[in-house]
Each structure stands twice: as C-alpha cells, then as structure tokens.
Design a protein around this ligand. Structure first.
Ligand SMILES: CC(C)(COP(=O)(O)OP(=O)(O)OC[C@H]1O[C@@H](n2cnc3c(N)ncnc32)[C@H](O)[C@@H]1OP(=O)(O)O)[C@@H](O)C(=O)NCCC(=O)NCCS
Length: 242
C-alpha cells in the first residue's frame, strides 16, 4: 500500500536547521499543536493580543485549531496554497507553528508568512531560525522573489525577527480586531536579494514532490538548498501575521 506522503507529497517535506525540524502538520500532530497553544503563546500587552482573534484562549481551541489546519490543507491548490509547518526541537518536542502562503505563485513569486512559538521557547532566537528556514526554502528551492509579513505595531519580537532578516517597512493598515478595537498593523517586505542569510545551511528533504504538489515545476524553482538524498554540492535539483 502506498505511504501517505506518496499520496499527499507535502507530508514528505522536511526542513532542518541547527536546532529545529519543520514539516507540514499531520493529523496526529494536532494534539501537540493544541497543547502548545494552550500552554500560552503570549501575555496580553495592555489588553492587546498578537492575533486578530484570541483563538488560543478559546474553550473551543481543539476544534478551532483542527478546522484551521484541515481548511488550509484542503484549500491548497497551485493557484492558492498555505503550508502549515509544525516546528519541533531536534529532540522532537513540539514548539510552535510556521505558515507559508501564496496566491498565484507561478506569476507573482511572492509568499506570506505567519508564526508562533509557545511562550517558554520565545526569546532564544528560534522565531528567527524558523522564519529563516522557510525563507531559505522559498527563495532557494521554490524560486520565490519576495516575502511579505505583517504584525501589530507593538509586537517587538515579531518586528525584531523581520528586521534582523532584512525585511523593509512596507506600509501599514488599521484593523478592527473586535468591535470598537482598532489596531495599527505594520507591514514588511523582503526582496530575495536583501535577505540576511543565516550562517547555517538548511537541509531539505522531499522538496521536489512537495513543489510539484504546489504546482511549481522543478525548472521554475530557484537555486536549491541542500537537498538530502541527492547531491550535496548544492546543484542537485531542485489571516496571516508574521
Ligand atoms: C514572534 C515570535 C515568533 C518571535 O520569536 P522569538 O523566538 O521570540 O524571537 P527571536 O528570539 O528569534 O528574536 C528575533 C529577533 O528579534 C529581536 N527581539 C526579540 N524580542 C524583542 C523585543 N522584545 N524587543 C526588541 N527586539 C526583540 C531579537 O533580538 C532578534 O533580533 P537579532 O537576531 O537581531 O538579535 C515569538 O515571540 C512569538 O511566538 N510571539 C507570540 C506570537 C506572535 O506574536 N506571533 C506573531 C504574530 S504577528
């Protein structure tokens, strides 16, 4: 019988950094996602929270999270996709989530990212490491040219990740997050050539089949990151807030 990752090739995608493993969330990962979110993602700053809704505090967190993961998975098509990566420590502990989304990627070559870490793992450079991982995959393996992100103006760690990776300010918007509560959202843009690359190398497994599932033919990809199971010489083929 075929393996699930043969039928749904995104499940075979693995991104490995010095301290982290990122791979698209499977159903058996959902309880870990829910536990990590329930353990606490933020402390309110003057009543503000970093997301448009307080989903992580909801008594309905389990079904809400499962529905969000399933929705993003089943709606993904070449013309519009979201890959929801789970983020694990190298020792296998679930730490958080890092999303990458794109619409009309074939023409626009633009991705948008969103992420969170459980509170106990914040402030140790892991948010930067996981964003750098998906940027390396997008720029070097998928052939992205631009990455976008946004956050609320008071979210210093999120802005810190963006600034330290080379993003530039790209305007702002006002969002009514709940009745009468208006937040200022700041937007950032990273052109591939401005990316402040990390000093480590990303290891990528399962890229070719995953990219094909997203409708990105190999020859349109960029310069592949190090791809496991192939050459190691680098030429072997190959509501979202930051
Ligand atoms: C946003 C988040 C993913 C960032 O991850 P993190 O691990 O806490 O951040 P890092 O430790 O990787 O820090 C990355 C950079 O931001 C800087 N930074 C972190 N916290 C900061 C703060 N409070 N003030 C200023 N800079 C800060 C760091 O110095 C680092 O920059 P450097 O490499 O140039 O020194 C994480 O804090 C989080 O999950 N927050 C709650 C959920 C959230 O806000 N998600 C984003 C929604 S938009």
């Amino acid at each position: 019988m075929a393996l699930l990752e043969t039928l749904w090739p995104l499940f075979g995608l693995h991104l490995k950094t010095p301290r982290l493993v990122l791979r698209p969330l499977r159903d058996e990962d959902i309880p870990h996602y829910v536990d990590a979110a329930a353990s606490g993602i933020y402390e309110r700053v003057n009543g503000h929270i970093p997301f448009p809704t307080a989903w992580a505090e909801s008594p309905e967190l389990g079904p809400t999270a499962a529905r969000w993961i399933w929705e993003n998975r089943i709606k993904s098509r070449p013309e519009s996709w979201t890959v929801m990566f789970g983020v694990w420590s190298s020792a296998g502990e679930f730490l958080g989530s890092q999303d990458v989304a794109a619409k009309n990627f074939a023409a626009l070559r633009t991705v948008t990212t969103g992420s969170w870490l459980r509170r106990s793992d914040q402030g140790r450079g892991l948010g930067k490491e996981m964003r750098a991982a998906v940027l390396l995959w997008c720029f070097d393996s998928l052939g992205a040219e631009v990455a976008m992100t946004s956050t609320f103006e008071w979210n210093a760690p999120s802005i810190g990740v963006s600034r330290s990776l080379g993003y530039e300010p790209n305007g702002e918007a006002r969002l009514e997050t709940s009745l009468g509560v208006v937040e200022r959202e700041v937007r950032f843009r990273l052109a591939q050539e401005r990316f402040q690359r990390p000093p480590w190398e990303l290891r990528v497994e399962g890229h070719e089949a995953a990219a094909a599932a997203l409708g990105i033919p190999e020859e349109r990809g960029g310069h592949p990151a190090r791809l496991d199971g192939g050459d190691d010489d680098g030429d072997g083929g190959g509501p979202r807030m930051s």
